[in-house]
Write a protein that binds this ligand. Structure first.
Ligand SMILES: [Zn+2]
Length: 75
């Protein structure tokens, strides 16, 4: 244990997009914007892929449809 412990962020629930929101969204406005029904999934996907990280459109859609691990209550 001579080294500092590595900071490993646990995957909260297996949803990549939910994890990205936790890491990149700067405020509640950001968090709301990426799941807003007023913005298409494709537009959100394009934004996050360019500004945050690469993510699958399917993953974005699943999260927005609340069909991902975030909404299943799975740890
Ligand atoms: Zn999710």
């Amino acid at each position: 244990m001579g080294k500092l412990a590595q900071v490993v962020k646990p995957k909260p629930n297996g949803c990549i997009f939910g994890d990205m929101i936790e890491r990149y969204a700067e405020d509640d406005e950001d968090r709301a914007a990426v799941i807003s029904p007023n913005v298409t999934a494709a537009a959100v996907w394009k934004f996050v892929s360019q500004e945050w990280e690469q993510v699958g459109l399917t993953t974005v859609k699943a999260h927005r449809a609340k069909e991902c691990a975030c909404f299943r209550g799975v740890a």
